[in-house]
Design a protein around this ligand. Structure first.
Ligand SMILES: [Zn+2]
Length: 267
């Protein structure tokens, strides 16, 4: 895993996240914003710093927990997509004009519709529920060795700038009599990443979903990602990567288990 050196701002973010990581244990709020005591479980991996330059200082988090949101997920239907497409396209026309472009010139004639359709695709995770993915995919199995799926490709959208976040997700869990079909881990990543996100919340949502579904002895999720809002604007550091991790259960409590996971995802 190649990892770029973190610049100063990220180090500050990392320090803030580290300070927060020691906080209250039961909040699964999903936001890891510095100084918010509710946030927990966004722990630094040993030797790694995490932080997201995509954060807007002072932005407030949501109060609902990730677990609640998982059970009462609001979904967007195909009909909703059809209904909202014209208004999203119209909004893109406004954006084009606002940028000083002529929406009537040939190359842009269909752009608002294309962009609207693309945006609906980029956020198609709102059309699916985790619970539907898990149906028929949980098996009773007397397997008590660590299960790891690494290098799952991830494409998401930064909720602060509406530009892509992309990278790789590594998931490990220690089963407790139940296992999940392996392809379903990637499906969970897909559903949560195809929404407007911050990397910290995405990391935690994946870990919590697996915990809820399997009640395993522990779960570890590590995401390495590039934020286009950092690469193309702001600091314009081409190679900066943001690394976040969530460790639950024995992955959090037992350094040996955590180290085994971190070693295996790097091998
Ligand atoms: Zn951003």
């Amino acid at each position: 895993m190649e990892r770029a050196k973190l610049r100063q701002g990220e180090q500050e973010d990392a320090a803030a996240a580290a300070a927060v990581a020691g906080g209250e244990q039961h909040s699964l709020n999903g936001h890891c914003e510095g100084g918010r005591s509710k946030v927990a479980r966004c722990r630094e991996s040993p030797g790694e710093a995490s932080g997201s330059g995509a954060r807007t200082p002072g932005q407030s988090g949501h109060s609902s927990s990730v677990m609640e949101s998982w059970k009462e997920e609001r979904t967007r239907s195909v009909e909703d997509n059809e209904m909202s497409l014209p208004s999203i396209a119209a909004a893109y026309t406004t954006i084009l004009r606002g940028l000083g472009e002529d929406p009537q010139r040939q190359g842009l004639l269909k752009t608002p519709w294309r962009a609207a359709t693309a945006m609906q695709f980029f956020t198609k995770g709102y059309q699916e529920k985790i619970i539907d993915v898990l149906n028929d995919a949980i098996f009773d199995e007397d397997h008590d060795e660590m299960v790891i799926v690494k290098d799952i490709d991830m494409f998401s959208m930064c909720e602060h700038h509406l530009v892509p976040i992309f990278g790789r997700v590594h998931i490990g869990y220690l089963p407790n009599k139940r296992v999940l079909g392996l392809s379903k881990l990637a499906r969970i990543v897909e559903i949560y990443s195809r929404r407007l996100q911050v990397q910290e919340r995405l990391t935690k949502q994946i870990a919590v979903a697996i915990t809820e579904a399997l009640q395993p002895a522990g779960v570890g999720v590590v995401i390495e990602a590039t934020h286009m809002c950092m690469v193309m604007r702001g600091v314009q550091k081409m190679n900066s990567k943001t690394v976040t991790s969530t460790m639950l259960g024995v992955f959090r409590e037992d350094p040996k288990t955590r180290d085994e996971f971190l070693t295996l995802i790097r091998s």
